[in-house]
Design a protein around this ligand. Structure first.
Ligand SMILES: Cc1ncc(COP(=O)(O)O)c(C=O)c1O
Length: 382
């Protein structure tokens, strides 16, 4: 694949290596958004069917991306915290039982569990990254497996760690969860769309993904997949559109106890967003046409020569097979972080500082020039 920068409105002056922060909009996604805004000029053209049509398309497109044969298990969510809220609401936890997370993971996948544990007397087990640079990733994975025990009710983590890109071995974690009867919950926000994922292989109980990063969509639109474990669960929100026959607008006050099919009960209110949904549809279609594996390979080809140079500077980056190529951390001396912030600014390089790591998150709009600018800024700050 060639560099796809032309499809975006990114300025050449900036090296935007920060998709993990927020994706830039594709030109055609912008266009879809503008069309959605314009359509609101004439609401008399919006039909009852329009409330459902784009959501159904999105369920199918997202399912395609994760190899999910049951699109009705996918619902729209406004945020990861909302999706995790629905998960937590349906995971029974009693005193002495525990939930396993990775230390330093994104707060939207921590606070709901923390609250749940505090309320029910459960234990929140945060598995820390090992204090080593020698096979750090595989040791971290071993420690996660070791932390899961007969009292574990749920394991909730990313496919890659959001701060440094460490890859978690979801298949092995799933097997251990099966042995002890624990639910496996995945926050795919920093991987789905850029790192291959197969729901039939991993079989998570739930997968939650924010749409504004690697799905290249707008803010406040994301997806949640719920497996069978949640089929009879109770949603955190009771909205009209998730109830049976909600498409029959004339009879909405014929209140229904039953829900629409699949995991529909967990979908957000106002999921029919007439501006955001066409944008997300356009973005995912583009991802599908590029191919997630090709995106990951593009990033790998782009970064590998640079990473050799970064290591030559004495900086630590996780081994290739223990992290993603679209998201990785460069460990930088804490006392030089302020200086680095300045050199990054001078060279107009956008990355994020997350803990002791500089998080670098390239995409198909980045090229070698961007990587050279990053190395220059690192060198100058050392
Ligand atoms: C791993 C991960 N999950 C979730 C989010 C966003 O969470 P929310 O949708 O609750 O704002 C982020 C944002 O950086 C993230 O990195």
């Amino acid at each position: 694949m060639n560099c796809q920068r032309k499809k975006f409105n990114l300025s050449k002056k900036y090296a935007y290596l920060n998709c993990a922060y927020m994706a830039p909009l594709l030109k055609k996604v912008e266009k879809a958004g503008m069309a959605g805004i314009k359509a609101k000029r004439q609401p008399y053209k919006v039909t009852g069917e329009d409330f459902f049509k784009d959501v159904e398309i999105l369920r199918i497109l997202f399912s395609d991306l994760i190899n999910n044969p049951e699109p009705n298990r996918v619902v729209m969510v406004p945020s990861v915290s909302y999706g995790i809220g629905n998960v937590v609401n349906n995971i029974a936890l009693t005193k002495g039982e525990n939930v396993v997370l990775t230390e330093g993971q994104f707060p939207s996948n921590v606070y709901p569990w923390k609250h749940h544990c505090e309320k029910n007397g459960g234990e929140l087990m945060l598995v820390a990254a090992p204090d080593t640079e020698d096979q750090r990733g595989s040791k971290w994975n071993e420690n996660i497996l070791a932390a899961i025990n007969n009292r574990t009710r749920a394991v909730s983590l990313g496919h890659v760690h959001w701060a440094d890109g460490t890859l978690f071995h979801l298949k092995a974690i799933r097997e251990k969860c099966n042995k002890v009867g624990a639910a496996l919950i995945i926050d795919g926000t920093q991987s789905i769309g850029a790192y291959p994922f197969d729901i039939q292989e991993i079989k998570p109980d739930a997968l939650i993904v924010a749409g504004y990063k690697w799905l290249l969509g707008p803010y406040t639109s994301g997806f949640a997949y719920f497996g069978e474990r949640f089929d009879q669960g109770e949603p955190i929100e009771h909205n009209w559109i998730n109830r049976l026959h909600s498409e029959d607008f004339a009879n909405l006050v014929n209140y229904q106890d039953a829900y629409q099919d699949g995991a529909s009960r967990y979908g957000m209110g106002q999921q029919s967003n007439f501006i955001a949904n066409p944008m997300l549809i356009t973005a995912i279609k583009q991802l599908r046409s590029w191919g997630v594996e090709n995106i990951q390979n593009y990033c790998a080809d782009l970064i590998e020569p640079t990473l050799a140079e970064v290591r030559d500077l004495g900086l630590y980056v996780e081994d290739k097979d223990a992290r993603g190529a679209h998201l990785f951390g460069i460990k930088f001396p804490q006392e030089k972080m302020d200086k680095l912030a300045n050199t990054l600014k001078t060279h107009r390089v956008s990355v994020s500082v997350r803990g002791e790591f500089i998080r670098v998150a390239p995409h198909v709009y980045n090229d070698d020039r961007d990587m050279r600018k990053l190395v220059k800024a690192l060198k100058e700050a050392l």
